[in-house]
Design a protein around this ligand. Structure first.
Ligand code: 13P
Ligand code: ZN
Length: 273
């Protein structure tokens, strides 16, 4: 990862290491083929790494509306992938393809403070609504990821998979680890306009019950304590989707683990469902 001498990361190793995880994951997303052009976005709440001199840095432009109300994020700081920026570029130089923003006291606007005025992702309403909900619910989650995993998106084009918990059980049943690492499963948000408040609101509703949310015919949204763990959840679910599709390509419907085998996993690993 490239860090310029005049970057705010240059003298802040803990913050640099957190943003290094973003660069690491951005590289994985590109290698997986889940990040065509500017596809996908990442935000991380970095407030705990912001010292007083970074906190008081002047804005690099006027306040901008977030597009959602996030009152619990007042005074919080986020690293955000830039709008229209490529994951493959974020992997190499995160501060040139993303920026640090401060949420303002009105709880509905932000300003960019570093390193340069890279406008944050168009999915900011969903990302910040979700970060606001972490605060409201006392969640330890600090990172959110939206990406376009090929097999999961392909499956979302089939109405039969979109019924409540259909895809969750199907994916869990493909390989035991899926349930162990994604124990609350995959929620579904019917198609909504990218970047819209409606998409943000529906995503929030699903995250009450599920670890990862599918945006029909678009992608997935995952949250976790850090961005590497959020990536892992999508990776595990998409692997299960690939196993299902490989079986179908060989000409048979995979048997899948039985409900009692899945219940045994929950019991042994003390999982929520
Ligand atoms: P951004 O370039 O604004 O992050 O948009 C990418 C995307 O995947 C929108 O859903
Ligand atoms: Zn997208």
């Amino acid at each position: 990862m490239k860090i310029n001498d005049n970057s705010v990361l240059a003298s802040r190793p803990a913050l640099a290491s957190e943003i290094g995880k973003v660069a690491e994951v951005a590289g994985y997303l590109w290698e997986k083929g889940w990040a065509e052009r500017n596809g996908g976005n990442i935000t991380v709440n970095i407030t705990e790494y912001v010292d007083s001199s970074l906190a008081s840095m002047p804005a690099l432009g006027g306040p901008v509306e977030i597009g959602a109300e996030v009152p619990l994020l007042k005074g919080n700081f986020f690293f955000c992938k830039g709008n229209n920026r490529r994951m493959r570029d974020l992997a190499v130089d995160p501060m040139a393809n993303g920026s640090i923003i401060r949420v303002l006291a009105d709880g509905c606007s932000y300003e960019i403070i570093a390193d340069s005025a890279v406008r944050p992702t168009s999915e900011l309403p969903s990302h910040l609504s979700v970060h606001n909900w972490f605060k409201a619910s006392g969640s330890p989650c600090r990172a959110s990821l939206h990406t376009h995993p090929i097999e999961l998106v392909a499956m979302s084009h089939c109405g039969a998979f979109l019924g409540k918990d259909v895809l969750t059980y199907l994916l869990w049943s493909m390989i035991p680890e899926t349930k162990a690492f994604c124990p609350r499963g995959l929620g579904i948000v019917p198609y909504q306009l990218p970047g819209s408040l409606k998409l943000a609101q529906e995503t929030l509703r699903q995250l009450d019950d599920y670890d990862v949310v599918m945006w029909e015919k678009h992608g997935v949204f995952a949250v976790d304590e850090d961005i590497v763990k959020a990536f892992d959840q999508v990776d595990v679910l998409n692997k299960a989707a690939q196993i299902y599709m490989s079986a179908r390509a060989m000409g048979f419907e995979p048997e899948g683990m039985s409900r009692s085998q899945m219940a045994e996993i929950s019991e042994v690993f003390h999982l929520p469902k």
